[in-house]
Every structure is written in structure tokens, then in C-alpha cells.
Design a protein around this ligand. Structure first.
Ligand code: GLY
Length: 370
């Protein structure tokens, strides 16, 4: 498999490359392009990713940069806070990082988002690169310049659009992911097919076994195809004034469930359940044919993703849905689908329709006893 690349435009101008590889070695020529010989770099990673890849990546960076430091934090969504960003600022100040220096986000979505936010704000902005190591980060969060942290339990409430200088994907890192985490990332890939590209959706179903077995060539092709869809969306609407909001398919109810369950379920698992709910609303409002609703619902199952959820209070989920930041005035900007591959924004979804969708995905104790 050869190393491949894709350039992302920002405001219609070439901005940064995404490099797809099967190891970390091809990072070396990229570092030459970034001209880091007189710059300090700081790798930001959670302790788990640092144990897996920190030594190899810091070895490569040290061979090219003036100096290489590593900042680690505890793994998990609970670290995606201003407190972690503050600890990173302190670390950078103590190690005399200046505006010429560079941050390297090594890890999943939490790492990329919080490192990007620190890069956007430290000294009013320093360069950063993304080395995503999870499927969620490779397929979605490392592309498009969204950075930020959660605040007071609300997802991504504080942040900035800030573009990386490079996104380097070593797709072989997907082999070390725990199953739940791998498939959680897959939910965002499925989402790209559902909202924009029915051919890609069909390709995913046709390659189901290869994907579940994590065959390297198929994974690289899958990540590249998924990135091509995201590229088209973020290039057209980089700061989410319009079409980029389609990427929030499944996220309105998904985020509410994520918060209600205290981040016990993985993000992609919540997106899968939220996508089923959004497809249900699409059907009930007469946009999506019934058979396509059942198709969407059932196709998450072979990828080990949930289509229902226990232990929630549907009314609480409705309230949380309305406090999500995608609410515009009193209206929720709901992403619905007309058919597989064609999403649109609807501002007419009522509380009753949302509640009915939450009831549809709610697996209660009563259901258990039936
Ligand atoms: N993850 C959604 C977006 O990048 O807009």
C-alpha cells in the first residue's frame, strides 16, 4: 500500500495536507516541509496513546526539531476541559515555548480538539499538526479545523475554528483500538454515507467483513473515501454557516444521550442511536420511505453499534436536546434525510416528534420483560 495524500482548501486556497500511511516513517519528509529544525515541538497525548506511540513519534520529531517535549494527560472525555488546556499552557510557559514553536496532537478526538484549542489560543495562535490514532479522529474530528473543549458537561461548548498545518494518519494504529472504540469511530463513517453519498454507504455494506476484520488496505480506502466526503463539506462551508451542519446528523439526540449518561456510552455509539432517531423522524415526517428507515436502523447492528439505549428518561433527553448548541432561537436545526445519501436541515421538528423518536430508541425495563 502506498502513502497517499489529499489537500484541504480553506477559503478556496490550499491549506493543509492529509497524509495516509501505514506507519509513522513517512512523517520525516513531512517534517522537512514544515521546516522545524529551529523550532521546539510539544507532543500532546493521553497516557495510553503515549505508552503506545509516544516513543516512536518523539524519536522521529527529535531527529528533526530543535527540542521535543511530551505533555500527557489522563485518557477520556472527562479530560476535554479548560483545566487540561490550562495545564498545557502552564507546561508550555515553563518550557519557554514561543510563537515559532509547534504542538503535535497525537491521539483521538479529545486530544486533537483540546490541542487545537490550545494552539489557537496560546500566544494568540501557534502552529499545530494532527496525528490522529483513532477511527473517530481519522474519519472526522482531525479534519476541518474544529477545536475546543466541553464546558459544564456540554460538548464542545468552548472552541475555535483553527486549521492544522498537517494531518498525518498512520492507518495501522486502528489495529490497536479496542473493539468498542473502533466501531464507535465507524458510526461517523456511516454518517458520511448516510448524509452525502449512497454509493459509499453501499461500499461500506459490501465491505462489511473486511472492515470488521480490519483489513489494512480496506481500512485505508475507507478512511480516504470518508475524508473525501468530509473534505467536500468543509471546503464548501468551513465555519458551519450552512451545509457543514449536515455533519451533525445523529448528533442532536446523540449528544443529549451522551450527556445524560455521563459520557458512559462512546460518542459514536450515541451518534448511531441518534442517527436512528433522526431517521425515524425523517420517516414519520414523510421524507424517508419506511423501508429505508429500517435499513438505516438495522445496518448499524453488524458493525456492533447500538440502535437503542437503556437507563434514560426520554423527557430529560428532550430537554437536553433543546439545550444543545445547534438550537437556533427556539427552533432546533434538525438534520434529517430524504433518502440514504441526501440530508437536509429542517427547523419544523416539534417536541412531540422528538419525544416519539426518543421513545423509539428507548429500551425500557418493560420491554425487557415482554
Ligand atoms: N464533526 C463535525 C464537523 O466537523 O463539522
Amino acid at each position: 500500500m502506498s502513502t497517499e495524500r489529499m489537500n484541504i482548501l480553506y477559503n478556496k486556497k490550499p491549506c493543509y495536507d492529509i497524509v495516509f500511511s501505514q506507519d509513522f516513517q513517512d512523517l520525516l519528509p513531512e517534517l522537512d516541509t514544515l521546516a522545524i529544525s529551529d523550532r521546539k515541538v510539544c507532543i500532546v497525548a493521553d497516557s495510553k496513546v503515549n505508552n503506545l506511540y509516544g516513543e516512536e513519534v518523539s524519536g522521529l520529531l527529535s531527529s528533526k526539531a530543535k527540542e521535543c517535549k511530551v505533555f500527557t494527560f489522563e485518557e477520556g472525555e472527562s479530560s476535554k476541559t479548560l483545566d487540561t488546556v490550562k495545564a498545557l499552557y502552564t507546561f508550555l510557559i515553563e518550557h519557554h515555548f514561543d510563537r515559532n514553536d509547534l504542538l503535535v496532537a497525537l491521539g483521538g478526538g479529545v486530544t486533537g480538539d483540546l490541542t487545537g484549542y490550545a494552539a489557537a489560543t496560546y500566544l494568540r495562535g501557534i502552529d499545530f499538526i494532527q496525528i490522529p490514532t483513532t477511527l473517530l479522529a481519522q474519519a472526522d474530528s482531525s479534519i476541518g479545523g474544529k477545536t475546543g473543549v466541553d464546558f459544564d458537561g456540554y460538548k464542545n461548548m468552548v472552541g475555535a475554528f483553527y486549521m492544522p498545518k498537517l494531518v498525518y494518519m498512520n492507518v495501522s494504529t486502528l489495529q490497536t483500538l479496542e473493539g468498542r472504540q473502533f466501531f464507535s469511530g465507524f458510526a461517523e463513517i456511516m454518517k458520511h454515507g448516510l448524509i452525502k453519498d449512497s454509493e459509499f454507504y453501499v461500499w461500506l455494506i459490501e465491505n462489511m467483513y473486511e472492515i470488521c476484520e480490519r483489513q489494512p488496505a480496506v481500512l485505508q480506502e475507507m478512511v480516504m473515501k470518508s475524508c473525501a466526503i468530509k473534505k467536500a463539506v468543509v471546503e464548501k462551508d468551513p465555519t458551519e454557516k450552512g451545509d457543514r451542519a449536515l455533519l451533525n446528523f445523529g448528533h442532536t439526540i446523540g449528544h443529549a444521550i451522551e450527556k445524560a449518561l455521563g459520557f458512559e456510552m462512546f460518542h459514536g455509539e450515541c451518534v448511531a442511536v441518534g442517527s436512528v432517531a433522526a431517521a425515524y423522524i425523517s420517516w414519520k415526517k414523510g421524507y424517508l420511505p419506511m423501508e429505508e428507515y429500517y435499513e438505516v436502523r438495522d445496518m448499524f447492528v453488524p458493525f456492533y453499534l447500538p440502535i437503542s439505549v437503556e437507563g434514560i428518561d426520554p423527557k430529560e433527553i428532550l430537554q437536553l436536546t433543546k439545550s444543545d448548541k445547534k438550537v437556533k432561537g427556539d427552533h432546533i436545526k434538525f438534520v434529517l434525510i430524504k433518502h440514504i445519501g441526501k440530508a437536509f436541515i429542517d427547523e419544523t421538528v416539534t417536541d412531540e416528534e422528538i419525544l416519539a423518536a426518543i421513545e423509539e430508541i428507548y429500551f425500557s425495563e418493560e420491554d425487557q420483560h415482554e
